[in-house]
Design a binder for this molecule. Structure first.
Ligand code: F6R
Length: 253
């Protein structure tokens, strides 16, 4: 059966700045602005290295202000088999890098919870998180993998997927080994918001810095709209902002 090509609904707004610090300032300002306009908004957060300059700025500016006290935060993904208290879990990471310091109450920080209690059944963990996300977050911050992944949606993931269990690729496990004591300690599976889940957000904010991301960024923005580059799904969304430093923009035409 033939599938019609999906419609491209909007051109991402691409902002190129000098370096990762400048990218961090734009990301932090976009997040603060969203919360200033809607103090009870639903904010989609990413982990990994790219958001850290933005998170540090937010912590420096907002600690003790209470500005984020009514925000509900949602993570993109979580490893299977790590307790929420494991420092390598994304739940622990986002609390230590951002949400505790800017005063988002722990009960307002949501993430998939794969592996414990009722969520020993991973399908139940996925279904519950998808239900919690409802009609999507107001702003979703995203990083991009060297292989074009968004969240943990690896190449080959259909664009309409909901929250699901993934087997992590060798590239992704190697890239994330820096957060674990040994490469073997990197979990083999994760639960991630699907590309369909991510696309339900009102506004997508993708940040990429460094030359290692240049090919993935070019594939996402200028390559075929195809599951071989999950991040090309961004072009199906009507409101996307892409913040790049010069190195990450280096392979764009
Ligand atoms: C993180 C996530 C991943 C990262 C991506 C880039 O929650 O879902 O998609 O955004 O792997 O990671 P960094 O920023 O470490 O290069």
């Amino acid at each position: 059966m033939e599938h019609p090509a999906p419609a491209v609904t909007g051109e991402p707004q691409v902002v190129v700045v000098d370096d990762a610090a400048a990218a961090g300032r734009i990301v932090a300002a976009t997040i603060s602005d969203t919360v200033r306009r809607a103090p009870t908004c639903r904010l989609g957060l990413a982990t990994g290295s790219t958001p850290l300059p933005a998170y540090r700025l937010l912590v420096a500016e907002l600690r003790g202000t209470g500005a984020f006290a009514r925000v509900q935060a949602f993570l993109l993904d979580e490893y299977v088999g790590l307790a929420a208290t494991d420092p390598a879990s994304y739940r622990a990471t986002i609390r230590s890098e951002l949400t505790d310091a800017i005063g988002v109450p722990p009960a307002s920080v949501h993430a998939p919870d794969p592996g414990s209690g009722r969520h020993a059944d991973l399908d139940a963990a996925c279904a519950d998180y998808e239900r919690l996300l409802g009609d999507g977050v107001d702003l979703q911050l995203l990083g991009i993998g060297r292989n074009g992944h968004l969240g943990f949606n690896e190449p080959g993931t259909p664009f309409d997927t909901t929250t699901h269990v993934v087997t992590l690729s060798d590239t992704t496990r190697a890239d994330n080994a820096r957060f674990f004591p040994t490469p073997e300690a990197v979990p083999t599976h994760a639960v991630t918001q699907g590309l369909g889940t991510i696309r339900r957000a009102r506004h997508l904010l993708l940040a990429a810095t460094g030359a290692a991301k240049a090919d993935a960024v070019a594939a996402a923005l200028e390559g075929p709209l195809d599951v071989s580059c999950p991040a090309s799904a961004l072009r199906l969304h009507p409101r996307v902002t892409v913040v790049l430093d010069r190195a990450a923009a280096g392979a764009l035409s």
